[in-house]
Design a protein around this ligand. Structure first.
Ligand code: ATP
Ligand code: MG
Length: 526
Protein backbone atom coordinates (compact mmCIF):
# COMPACT_ATOMS: atom_id res chain seq x y z
CA UNK A 1 0.00 0.00 0.00
CA UNK A 2 1.18 3.47 -0.88
CA UNK A 3 2.89 5.30 1.96
CA UNK A 4 3.10 2.20 4.09
CA UNK A 5 6.37 0.44 4.73
CA UNK A 6 6.61 -3.02 3.34
CA UNK A 7 6.50 -5.94 5.74
CA UNK A 8 10.20 -6.47 5.25
CA UNK A 9 10.99 -2.89 6.24
CA UNK A 10 8.83 -3.10 9.33
CA UNK A 11 10.51 -6.21 10.53
CA UNK A 12 13.86 -4.59 9.95
CA UNK A 13 12.95 -1.74 12.33
CA UNK A 14 12.84 -2.06 16.07
CA UNK A 15 9.43 -0.86 17.04
CA UNK A 16 8.99 -1.06 20.76
CA UNK A 17 6.18 1.43 21.05
CA UNK A 18 3.10 1.57 23.16
CA UNK A 19 0.07 3.13 21.58
CA UNK A 20 -3.50 3.71 22.68
CA UNK A 21 -6.81 3.98 20.89
CA UNK A 22 -10.30 4.82 22.18
CA UNK A 23 -13.37 2.67 21.80
CA UNK A 24 -16.29 1.61 23.96
CA UNK A 25 -18.32 -1.34 25.13
CA UNK A 26 -22.00 -1.35 25.91
CA UNK A 27 -23.72 -2.34 29.06
CA UNK A 28 -27.40 -2.06 28.42
CA UNK A 29 -27.79 1.27 26.69
CA UNK A 30 -24.76 2.79 28.35
CA UNK A 31 -21.45 3.07 26.56
CA UNK A 32 -18.40 2.58 28.74
CA UNK A 33 -15.15 4.05 27.41
CA UNK A 34 -12.41 1.54 26.70
CA UNK A 35 -8.77 2.43 26.22
CA UNK A 36 -6.97 -0.06 24.02
CA UNK A 37 -3.28 -0.08 24.95
CA UNK A 38 -0.97 -2.00 22.70
CA UNK A 39 2.68 -2.75 23.16
CA UNK A 40 4.62 -4.36 20.31
CA UNK A 41 8.17 -5.53 20.49
CA UNK A 42 10.24 -7.56 18.16
CA UNK A 43 10.99 -10.89 19.60
CA UNK A 44 9.32 -14.24 20.03
CA UNK A 45 5.99 -13.83 18.31
CA UNK A 46 2.86 -13.88 20.41
CA UNK A 47 -0.41 -12.05 20.67
CA UNK A 48 -1.96 -11.76 24.07
CA UNK A 49 -4.96 -9.88 25.20
CA UNK A 50 -5.56 -8.89 28.80
CA UNK A 51 -8.41 -7.06 30.46
CA UNK A 52 -11.43 -9.38 30.70
CA UNK A 53 -11.89 -9.93 26.99
CA UNK A 54 -14.58 -12.42 26.05
CA UNK A 55 -14.35 -14.91 23.19
CA UNK A 56 -15.50 -12.58 20.40
CA UNK A 57 -12.94 -9.96 21.44
CA UNK A 58 -10.14 -12.50 21.74
CA UNK A 59 -10.97 -13.70 18.24
CA UNK A 60 -10.30 -10.21 17.01
CA UNK A 61 -6.64 -11.24 16.82
CA UNK A 62 -7.47 -13.24 13.68
CA UNK A 63 -9.42 -10.41 12.05
CA UNK A 64 -6.87 -7.77 13.03
CA UNK A 65 -3.95 -9.78 11.78
CA UNK A 66 -5.75 -10.57 8.49
CA UNK A 67 -6.65 -6.92 7.96
CA UNK A 68 -3.17 -5.68 8.80
CA UNK A 69 -1.56 -8.18 6.45
CA UNK A 70 -3.57 -6.53 3.66
CA UNK A 71 -1.72 -3.36 4.58
CA UNK A 72 1.60 -5.15 4.47
CA UNK A 73 2.01 -5.48 8.23
CA UNK A 74 2.63 -8.98 9.51
CA UNK A 75 1.93 -8.96 13.20
CA UNK A 76 3.08 -12.56 13.46
CA UNK A 77 6.52 -11.04 13.61
CA UNK A 78 5.89 -9.27 16.90
CA UNK A 79 5.24 -9.88 20.50
CA UNK A 80 1.95 -8.04 20.84
CA UNK A 81 0.20 -7.33 24.11
CA UNK A 82 -3.22 -5.74 24.00
CA UNK A 83 -4.54 -4.36 27.27
CA UNK A 84 -8.18 -3.35 27.44
CA UNK A 85 -8.69 -0.83 30.21
CA UNK A 86 -10.41 -0.57 32.59
CA UNK A 87 -9.59 -4.15 33.43
CA UNK A 88 -12.62 -4.82 35.63
CA UNK A 89 -15.18 -4.36 32.88
CA UNK A 90 -16.07 -7.34 30.71
CA UNK A 91 -15.45 -6.71 27.02
CA UNK A 92 -17.61 -8.43 24.48
CA UNK A 93 -18.44 -8.18 20.81
CA UNK A 94 -16.39 -7.48 17.74
CA UNK A 95 -16.75 -3.69 17.74
CA UNK A 96 -13.29 -3.26 19.26
CA UNK A 97 -11.48 -4.62 16.16
CA UNK A 98 -10.75 -1.30 14.48
CA UNK A 99 -9.39 0.29 17.65
CA UNK A 100 -7.14 -2.71 18.29
CA UNK A 101 -5.85 -2.73 14.70
CA UNK A 102 -5.02 0.97 14.76
CA UNK A 103 -3.34 0.82 18.14
CA UNK A 104 -1.20 -2.03 16.80
CA UNK A 105 -0.32 0.05 13.73
CA UNK A 106 0.68 2.97 15.90
CA UNK A 107 2.69 0.69 18.20
CA UNK A 108 4.68 -0.61 15.22
CA UNK A 109 5.25 3.00 14.19
CA UNK A 110 3.21 2.87 11.03
CA UNK A 111 0.90 5.56 12.31
CA UNK A 112 1.53 8.63 14.43
CA UNK A 113 -0.02 7.78 17.83
CA UNK A 114 -1.16 11.40 18.16
CA UNK A 115 -3.52 10.84 15.22
CA UNK A 116 -5.56 8.57 17.51
CA UNK A 117 -6.08 11.16 20.23
CA UNK A 118 -9.68 12.27 20.66
CA UNK A 119 -10.88 9.75 18.07
CA UNK A 120 -13.47 7.11 18.91
CA UNK A 121 -13.07 3.98 16.80
CA UNK A 122 -15.98 1.61 16.41
CA UNK A 123 -16.18 -1.26 13.99
CA UNK A 124 -15.67 -4.90 13.24
CA UNK A 125 -13.08 -6.01 10.69
CA UNK A 126 -13.38 -8.62 7.99
CA UNK A 127 -10.34 -10.67 7.14
CA UNK A 128 -9.90 -8.56 4.02
CA UNK A 129 -9.81 -5.33 6.00
CA UNK A 130 -13.29 -4.08 5.22
CA UNK A 131 -15.35 -2.57 8.03
CA UNK A 132 -18.49 -4.37 9.07
CA UNK A 133 -21.34 -2.60 10.84
CA UNK A 134 -21.78 -3.24 14.55
CA UNK A 135 -24.67 -3.05 16.97
CA UNK A 136 -25.26 -0.18 19.34
CA UNK A 137 -23.49 2.57 17.40
CA UNK A 138 -25.89 5.31 18.48
CA UNK A 139 -25.53 4.69 22.23
CA UNK A 140 -21.77 4.55 21.77
CA UNK A 141 -21.81 7.99 20.17
CA UNK A 142 -24.24 9.64 22.57
CA UNK A 143 -22.31 11.54 25.19
CA UNK A 144 -18.91 10.72 23.62
CA UNK A 145 -18.02 14.42 23.56
CA UNK A 146 -18.13 14.45 27.36
CA UNK A 147 -15.20 12.03 27.28
CA UNK A 148 -13.15 14.39 25.13
CA UNK A 149 -14.03 12.67 21.88
CA UNK A 150 -14.17 15.07 18.94
CA UNK A 151 -14.43 12.62 16.09
CA UNK A 152 -15.82 9.13 15.74
CA UNK A 153 -15.12 6.78 12.87
CA UNK A 154 -17.75 4.14 12.18
CA UNK A 155 -18.43 1.58 9.43
CA UNK A 156 -20.41 2.93 6.48
CA UNK A 157 -23.09 0.33 7.18
CA UNK A 158 -23.89 2.21 10.42
CA UNK A 159 -24.18 5.54 8.66
CA UNK A 160 -27.95 6.13 9.00
CA UNK A 161 -27.88 5.42 12.72
CA UNK A 162 -24.72 7.48 13.24
CA UNK A 163 -26.39 10.38 11.44
CA UNK A 164 -28.76 10.72 14.43
CA UNK A 165 -25.90 11.30 16.86
CA UNK A 166 -25.36 14.72 18.37
CA UNK A 167 -22.32 16.45 19.78
CA UNK A 168 -19.65 14.51 17.97
CA UNK A 169 -18.39 14.60 14.40
CA UNK A 170 -18.94 11.21 12.80
CA UNK A 171 -16.95 9.95 9.82
CA UNK A 172 -17.73 6.81 7.90
CA UNK A 173 -15.30 4.39 6.30
CA UNK A 174 -15.44 1.25 4.21
CA UNK A 175 -12.10 -0.25 5.12
CA UNK A 176 -9.25 -0.15 7.55
CA UNK A 177 -7.07 1.17 4.75
CA UNK A 178 -9.30 4.23 4.37
CA UNK A 179 -9.19 4.89 8.11
CA UNK A 180 -5.40 4.67 8.11
CA UNK A 181 -5.12 6.99 5.12
CA UNK A 182 -7.45 9.46 6.79
CA UNK A 183 -5.47 9.45 10.03
CA UNK A 184 -2.29 10.03 8.01
CA UNK A 185 -3.83 13.00 6.24
CA UNK A 186 -3.77 11.26 2.87
CA UNK A 187 -7.55 11.12 2.50
CA UNK A 188 -10.56 12.81 4.05
CA UNK A 189 -13.26 10.44 5.17
CA UNK A 190 -16.81 11.61 4.47
CA UNK A 191 -18.96 12.69 7.42
CA UNK A 192 -22.08 10.68 8.16
CA UNK A 193 -24.81 12.85 6.62
CA UNK A 194 -27.35 13.97 9.24
CA UNK A 195 -30.12 11.41 8.95
CA UNK A 196 -33.30 12.91 7.64
CA UNK A 197 -35.93 11.63 10.02
CA UNK A 198 -39.23 11.02 8.27
CA UNK A 199 -41.70 9.37 10.63
CA UNK A 200 -43.86 6.72 9.05
CA UNK A 201 -47.22 5.34 10.03
CA UNK A 202 -47.49 1.57 10.14
CA UNK A 203 -48.90 1.01 6.72
CA UNK A 204 -49.23 -2.74 6.85
CA UNK A 205 -51.49 -2.93 9.86
CA UNK A 206 -54.71 -2.05 8.03
CA UNK A 207 -57.23 0.59 9.01
CA UNK A 208 -59.87 0.93 11.69
CA UNK A 209 -62.47 1.51 8.99
CA UNK A 210 -62.23 -2.23 8.24
CA UNK A 211 -63.66 -3.07 11.68
CA UNK A 212 -67.42 -3.61 11.69
CA UNK A 213 -69.42 -2.80 14.81
CA UNK A 214 -67.53 -3.18 18.10
CA UNK A 215 -68.27 0.36 19.23
CA UNK A 216 -67.09 -0.11 22.80
CA UNK A 217 -63.87 -1.86 21.82
CA UNK A 218 -63.09 0.90 19.34
CA UNK A 219 -63.79 3.50 22.02
CA UNK A 220 -61.47 1.65 24.42
CA UNK A 221 -58.74 1.62 21.80
CA UNK A 222 -59.10 5.37 21.39
CA UNK A 223 -59.08 6.03 25.14
CA UNK A 224 -56.01 3.87 25.61
CA UNK A 225 -54.17 5.60 22.78
CA UNK A 226 -55.14 9.06 24.01
CA UNK A 227 -54.05 8.66 27.63
CA UNK A 228 -51.41 5.93 27.26
CA UNK A 229 -53.55 3.47 29.23
CA UNK A 230 -52.88 -0.25 29.15
CA UNK A 231 -55.79 -2.17 27.69
CA UNK A 232 -57.26 -5.65 27.99
CA UNK A 233 -59.70 -7.16 25.50
CA UNK A 234 -61.79 -10.05 26.78
CA UNK A 235 -63.98 -11.99 24.39
CA UNK A 236 -64.77 -15.20 22.55
CA UNK A 237 -62.78 -16.53 19.59
CA UNK A 238 -63.17 -14.65 16.35
CA UNK A 239 -64.64 -11.54 17.91
CA UNK A 240 -61.86 -9.36 16.53
CA UNK A 241 -59.56 -8.91 19.56
CA UNK A 242 -56.39 -9.57 17.61
CA UNK A 243 -57.64 -7.50 14.70
CA UNK A 244 -58.36 -4.52 16.98
CA UNK A 245 -55.10 -4.75 18.91
CA UNK A 246 -53.06 -4.79 15.71
CA UNK A 247 -54.72 -1.55 14.69
CA UNK A 248 -53.54 0.32 17.78
CA UNK A 249 -50.40 1.72 16.08
CA UNK A 250 -52.57 3.23 13.35
CA UNK A 251 -54.24 5.62 15.79
CA UNK A 252 -51.12 6.67 17.66
CA UNK A 253 -49.35 9.88 16.70
CA UNK A 254 -46.30 9.51 14.50
CA UNK A 255 -43.00 8.91 16.26
CA UNK A 256 -41.14 12.07 17.28
CA UNK A 257 -37.43 12.51 16.72
CA UNK A 258 -36.51 12.16 20.40
CA UNK A 259 -38.56 8.97 20.63
CA UNK A 260 -37.05 7.65 17.41
CA UNK A 261 -33.55 8.18 18.80
CA UNK A 262 -34.38 6.18 21.93
CA UNK A 263 -36.04 3.41 19.92
CA UNK A 264 -33.13 3.31 17.47
CA UNK A 265 -30.63 2.96 20.30
CA UNK A 266 -32.56 0.03 21.81
CA UNK A 267 -33.09 -1.75 18.49
CA UNK A 268 -29.50 -1.12 17.55
CA UNK A 269 -28.25 -2.90 20.67
CA UNK A 270 -30.64 -5.76 19.96
CA UNK A 271 -29.61 -5.91 16.31
CA UNK A 272 -33.22 -5.45 15.18
CA UNK A 273 -32.99 -2.17 13.26
CA UNK A 274 -34.99 -2.22 10.04
CA UNK A 275 -32.59 -2.85 7.17
CA UNK A 276 -34.30 -0.41 4.78
CA UNK A 277 -34.00 2.69 6.94
CA UNK A 278 -31.23 1.79 9.39
CA UNK A 279 -33.17 3.68 12.08
CA UNK A 280 -36.57 3.28 13.74
CA UNK A 281 -39.15 5.44 11.98
CA UNK A 282 -42.39 3.77 13.05
CA UNK A 283 -43.83 3.12 16.46
CA UNK A 284 -42.77 -0.42 17.26
CA UNK A 285 -45.42 -3.11 17.44
CA UNK A 286 -44.22 -6.23 19.21
CA UNK A 287 -46.37 -9.31 19.59
CA UNK A 288 -44.26 -12.00 21.27
CA UNK A 289 -45.57 -15.54 21.17
CA UNK A 290 -46.93 -16.79 24.47
CA UNK A 291 -44.06 -19.26 24.76
CA UNK A 292 -41.64 -16.34 25.23
CA UNK A 293 -39.24 -16.72 28.15
CA UNK A 294 -38.93 -14.28 30.99
CA UNK A 295 -35.63 -12.98 29.56
CA UNK A 296 -37.19 -12.72 26.12
CA UNK A 297 -40.02 -10.63 27.45
CA UNK A 298 -38.24 -8.28 29.84
CA UNK A 299 -34.62 -8.61 28.78
CA UNK A 300 -31.61 -10.29 30.29
CA UNK A 301 -28.91 -12.70 29.36
CA UNK A 302 -25.27 -12.83 30.17
CA UNK A 303 -24.68 -9.83 27.97
CA UNK A 304 -27.83 -7.91 28.77
CA UNK A 305 -30.13 -7.65 25.79
CA UNK A 306 -33.37 -5.73 25.63
CA UNK A 307 -36.54 -7.80 25.87
CA UNK A 308 -39.84 -7.34 24.08
CA UNK A 309 -41.03 -4.77 26.60
CA UNK A 310 -38.08 -2.54 25.65
CA UNK A 311 -38.25 -3.31 21.95
CA UNK A 312 -41.84 -2.05 22.18
CA UNK A 313 -40.74 1.19 23.93
CA UNK A 314 -42.81 4.14 22.59
CA UNK A 315 -44.90 1.62 20.67
CA UNK A 316 -47.26 -1.24 21.42
CA UNK A 317 -46.59 -4.47 23.28
CA UNK A 318 -49.33 -6.89 22.34
CA UNK A 319 -49.79 -9.97 24.48
CA UNK A 320 -52.27 -12.09 22.59
CA UNK A 321 -53.75 -15.05 24.49
CA UNK A 322 -52.56 -13.56 27.77
CA UNK A 323 -53.63 -16.63 29.76
CA UNK A 324 -51.17 -18.82 27.86
CA UNK A 325 -48.06 -16.85 28.86
CA UNK A 326 -45.75 -18.24 31.49
CA UNK A 327 -46.62 -16.94 34.89
CA UNK A 328 -42.99 -16.04 35.58
CA UNK A 329 -42.75 -13.98 32.40
CA UNK A 330 -45.91 -12.07 33.18
CA UNK A 331 -44.81 -11.48 36.77
CA UNK A 332 -41.52 -10.11 35.49
CA UNK A 333 -43.41 -7.48 33.52
CA UNK A 334 -44.76 -5.82 36.64
CA UNK A 335 -41.70 -3.84 37.57
CA UNK A 336 -40.97 -2.49 34.07
CA UNK A 337 -44.60 -1.49 33.61
CA UNK A 338 -44.44 0.39 36.89
CA UNK A 339 -41.05 2.05 36.43
CA UNK A 340 -40.88 2.48 32.65
CA UNK A 341 -37.52 0.77 32.56
CA UNK A 342 -35.90 -2.61 33.02
CA UNK A 343 -32.90 -3.01 35.29
CA UNK A 344 -30.71 -6.06 34.82
CA UNK A 345 -28.27 -6.62 37.66
CA UNK A 346 -24.96 -8.23 36.80
CA UNK A 347 -22.08 -9.18 39.04
CA UNK A 348 -20.10 -6.00 38.50
CA UNK A 349 -22.58 -3.63 37.02
CA UNK A 350 -26.17 -2.89 36.26
CA UNK A 351 -27.66 -2.53 32.82
CA UNK A 352 -30.91 -0.81 32.09
CA UNK A 353 -33.21 -0.33 29.14
CA UNK A 354 -36.16 2.02 28.78
CA UNK A 355 -39.51 0.20 28.66
CA UNK A 356 -42.54 2.39 28.15
CA UNK A 357 -44.80 0.58 25.74
CA UNK A 358 -48.54 0.75 25.53
CA UNK A 359 -49.65 -2.70 26.64
CA UNK A 360 -52.56 -4.31 24.84
CA UNK A 361 -53.56 -7.77 25.96
CA UNK A 362 -56.23 -10.10 24.64
CA UNK A 363 -57.79 -13.09 26.30
CA UNK A 364 -60.70 -15.48 26.05
CA UNK A 365 -63.07 -15.57 29.03
CA UNK A 366 -62.44 -19.32 29.56
CA UNK A 367 -60.50 -22.20 27.97
CA UNK A 368 -63.18 -22.99 25.36
CA UNK A 369 -63.70 -19.29 24.84
CA UNK A 370 -67.49 -19.16 24.98
CA UNK A 371 -68.25 -18.33 28.60
CA UNK A 372 -70.79 -15.49 28.60
CA UNK A 373 -71.41 -15.91 24.84
CA UNK A 374 -74.92 -14.78 23.89
CA UNK A 375 -75.62 -17.84 21.71
CA UNK A 376 -73.02 -20.58 22.15
CA UNK A 377 -72.67 -22.71 25.28
CA UNK A 378 -69.49 -22.83 27.35
CA UNK A 379 -68.10 -26.37 27.58
CA UNK A 380 -65.72 -25.76 30.46
CA UNK A 381 -66.22 -27.18 33.93
CA UNK A 382 -66.37 -24.70 36.80
CA UNK A 383 -63.03 -25.94 38.09
CA UNK A 384 -61.35 -25.52 34.73
CA UNK A 385 -62.77 -22.05 34.34
CA UNK A 386 -61.74 -21.05 37.85
CA UNK A 387 -58.22 -22.29 37.27
CA UNK A 388 -58.00 -20.42 33.99
CA UNK A 389 -59.28 -17.21 35.48
CA UNK A 390 -56.98 -17.66 38.43
CA UNK A 391 -54.04 -17.59 36.04
CA UNK A 392 -55.19 -14.23 34.80
CA UNK A 393 -55.82 -12.55 38.07
CA UNK A 394 -53.19 -10.74 39.96
CA UNK A 395 -50.89 -7.83 39.76
CA UNK A 396 -50.61 -7.54 36.00
CA UNK A 397 -54.35 -7.09 35.53
CA UNK A 398 -54.21 -4.48 38.24
CA UNK A 399 -51.84 -2.52 36.05
CA UNK A 400 -54.21 -2.50 33.12
CA UNK A 401 -56.36 0.62 33.27
CA UNK A 402 -59.05 -0.39 30.81
CA UNK A 403 -60.69 -3.80 30.64
CA UNK A 404 -63.18 -4.15 27.85
CA UNK A 405 -65.49 -6.87 26.68
CA UNK A 406 -65.39 -7.69 22.98
CA UNK A 407 -68.61 -9.55 22.22
CA UNK A 408 -69.06 -11.59 19.05
CA UNK A 409 -69.82 -9.35 16.09
CA UNK A 410 -73.45 -9.31 15.10
CA UNK A 411 -73.91 -10.89 11.69
CA UNK A 412 -75.99 -7.87 10.73
CA UNK A 413 -73.03 -5.58 11.49
CA UNK A 414 -70.67 -7.79 9.50
CA UNK A 415 -72.73 -7.77 6.35
CA UNK A 416 -73.74 -4.12 6.60
CA UNK A 417 -71.87 -2.09 4.01
CA UNK A 418 -69.16 0.25 5.21
CA UNK A 419 -67.05 0.08 8.34
CA UNK A 420 -66.59 2.63 11.06
CA UNK A 421 -64.44 5.72 11.27
CA UNK A 422 -61.00 5.62 9.74
CA UNK A 423 -57.79 5.39 11.73
CA UNK A 424 -56.85 8.90 10.57
CA UNK A 425 -60.01 10.42 12.06
CA UNK A 426 -59.49 8.71 15.40
CA UNK A 427 -55.80 9.57 15.41
CA UNK A 428 -56.63 13.25 14.98
CA UNK A 429 -58.62 13.15 18.25
CA UNK A 430 -55.87 11.18 19.99
CA UNK A 431 -53.32 13.80 18.96
CA UNK A 432 -55.52 16.64 20.25
CA UNK A 433 -56.09 14.86 23.56
CA UNK A 434 -52.35 14.26 23.95
CA UNK A 435 -51.62 17.91 23.17
CA UNK A 436 -53.95 18.91 26.03
CA UNK A 437 -52.14 16.57 28.40
CA UNK A 438 -48.81 17.99 27.36
CA UNK A 439 -50.05 21.53 27.89
CA UNK A 440 -51.35 20.66 31.37
CA UNK A 441 -48.14 18.90 32.28
CA UNK A 442 -46.25 22.05 31.38
CA UNK A 443 -48.60 24.31 33.33
CA UNK A 444 -48.48 22.15 36.43
CA UNK A 445 -44.80 21.30 36.11
CA UNK A 446 -45.49 17.55 35.91
CA UNK A 447 -42.85 15.08 34.94
CA UNK A 448 -45.30 12.69 33.33
CA UNK A 449 -47.13 13.84 30.25
CA UNK A 450 -49.69 11.13 29.62
CA UNK A 451 -52.56 10.63 32.05
CA UNK A 452 -51.77 6.94 32.56
CA UNK A 453 -48.46 7.92 34.17
CA UNK A 454 -49.82 10.58 36.53
CA UNK A 455 -48.49 9.86 40.01
CA UNK A 456 -51.14 8.71 42.48
CA UNK A 457 -50.15 11.32 45.03
CA UNK A 458 -50.89 14.16 42.64
CA UNK A 459 -54.11 12.83 41.15
CA UNK A 460 -56.43 14.71 43.48
CA UNK A 461 -54.69 17.96 42.57
CA UNK A 462 -54.84 17.26 38.83
CA UNK A 463 -58.23 15.60 38.52
CA UNK A 464 -60.69 17.80 40.34
CA UNK A 465 -64.10 16.25 40.74
CA UNK A 466 -67.41 18.08 40.96
CA UNK A 467 -70.03 16.96 43.46
CA UNK A 468 -71.87 14.63 41.13
CA UNK A 469 -68.70 12.92 39.95
CA UNK A 470 -67.62 12.44 43.53
CA UNK A 471 -70.98 10.90 44.40
CA UNK A 472 -70.71 8.47 41.46
CA UNK A 473 -67.21 7.42 42.30
CA UNK A 474 -67.96 6.99 45.99
CA UNK A 475 -70.96 4.85 45.06
CA UNK A 476 -68.74 2.68 42.86
CA UNK A 477 -66.17 2.27 45.61
CA UNK A 478 -68.87 1.12 48.01
CA UNK A 479 -70.68 -1.09 45.49
CA UNK A 480 -67.72 -2.67 43.74
CA UNK A 481 -65.15 -2.55 46.48
CA UNK A 482 -62.66 -0.69 44.26
CA UNK A 483 -59.14 -0.76 45.61
CA UNK A 484 -57.19 2.46 46.03
CA UNK A 485 -55.29 1.59 42.89
CA UNK A 486 -58.48 0.95 40.93
CA UNK A 487 -59.83 4.25 42.22
CA UNK A 488 -56.77 6.05 40.89
CA UNK A 489 -57.16 4.36 37.54
CA UNK A 490 -60.72 5.56 37.28
CA UNK A 491 -59.48 9.10 37.87
CA UNK A 492 -56.79 8.79 35.22
CA UNK A 493 -59.12 7.31 32.61
CA UNK A 494 -61.78 9.92 33.43
CA UNK A 495 -59.18 12.63 32.88
CA UNK A 496 -58.41 11.12 29.45
CA UNK A 497 -62.10 11.04 28.54
CA UNK A 498 -62.38 14.72 29.43
CA UNK A 499 -59.29 15.43 27.32
CA UNK A 500 -60.84 13.58 24.38
CA UNK A 501 -63.92 15.78 24.80
CA UNK A 502 -61.71 18.86 24.98
CA UNK A 503 -63.01 19.72 28.44
CA UNK A 504 -61.03 21.37 31.16
CA UNK A 505 -62.88 19.63 33.98
CA UNK A 506 -63.76 16.02 34.50
CA UNK A 507 -67.51 15.57 34.57
CA UNK A 508 -69.88 12.90 35.81
CA UNK A 509 -70.20 11.28 32.37
CA UNK A 510 -66.44 10.83 32.19
CA UNK A 511 -66.29 9.23 35.61
CA UNK A 512 -69.17 6.89 34.78
CA UNK A 513 -67.57 5.75 31.55
CA UNK A 514 -64.21 5.25 33.26
CA UNK A 515 -65.86 3.08 35.91
CA UNK A 516 -67.37 0.90 33.17
CA UNK A 517 -63.84 0.21 31.96
CA UNK A 518 -62.89 -1.04 35.43
CA UNK A 519 -65.77 -3.18 36.58
CA UNK A 520 -65.62 -5.93 34.03
CA UNK A 521 -64.70 -9.04 35.83
CA UNK A 522 -62.36 -11.59 34.37
CA UNK A 523 -65.07 -13.24 32.34
CA UNK A 524 -65.70 -10.08 30.41
CA UNK A 525 -69.24 -9.90 31.69
CA UNK A 526 -70.42 -7.13 33.93
N1 ATP B 1 -65.55 -6.54 13.98
C1 ATP B 1 -64.99 -7.11 12.92
N2 ATP B 1 -65.00 -6.50 11.73
C2 ATP B 1 -64.44 -7.07 10.65
N3 ATP B 1 -63.83 -8.27 10.66
C3 ATP B 1 -63.79 -8.93 11.81
C4 ATP B 1 -64.36 -8.39 13.01
N4 ATP B 1 -64.16 -9.26 14.00
C5 ATP B 1 -63.49 -10.31 13.47
N5 ATP B 1 -63.27 -10.11 12.17
C6 ATP B 1 -62.58 -11.05 11.26
O1 ATP B 1 -62.46 -12.27 11.92
C7 ATP B 1 -61.13 -12.73 11.95
C8 ATP B 1 -60.80 -13.24 13.34
O2 ATP B 1 -60.67 -12.16 14.23
P1 ATP B 1 -59.57 -12.12 15.33
O3 ATP B 1 -58.46 -13.01 14.96
O4 ATP B 1 -59.25 -10.74 15.60
O5 ATP B 1 -60.37 -12.77 16.53
P2 ATP B 1 -59.93 -12.97 18.02
O6 ATP B 1 -60.95 -12.29 18.86
O7 ATP B 1 -58.55 -12.54 18.19
O8 ATP B 1 -60.09 -14.52 18.18
P3 ATP B 1 -59.26 -15.56 19.10
O9 ATP B 1 -59.81 -15.45 20.49
O10 ATP B 1 -59.56 -16.87 18.48
O11 ATP B 1 -57.85 -15.18 19.02
C9 ATP B 1 -60.26 -11.54 11.59
O12 ATP B 1 -59.28 -11.91 10.69
C10 ATP B 1 -61.19 -10.58 10.96
O13 ATP B 1 -61.02 -10.59 9.56
MG1 MG C 1 -56.81 -13.59 18.66
Amino acid sequence: MKGMGSAAQVIAGTPTGIATAQTSVLLGLEAHPIRVEVSCTRGPAFFQMVGLAEAAVRESRVRVSGSLSKLGILIDQYAVTVNLAPADLRKSGAALDVAIALAVLAAVEQLDPRALEGVLLVGELSLDGSLRPVTGVLPRLEGAERRGIETAIVPRGNSAEAGLARGVKVLVADSLEQVVQHLRGQLTLPTAPPTLFVPEMSVNAGDLSEVRGQASARRALEMAAAGGHNLLFVGPPGSGKTLLARLMPTILPALELEEAIECTAIHSVAGTLPAETGIVTQRPFRAPHHSVSEAGLVGGGDLPRPGEVSLAHHGVLFLDELAEFRRSAIEALRQPLEDGKVCIARARARAWFPARPLLVAAVNPCPCGYFGHPRLPCRCSDTLRDRYQGRLSGPLLDRIDIHVSVPPVEVAALVRAGGGESSAAVRARVIRARARQRERARELGLHATLNAALPGAELERIVKLDQESRRIIEGAVARLGLSARAFNKVLRVARTLADLDGEQHVRACHVSEAIQGRILDRTGTR
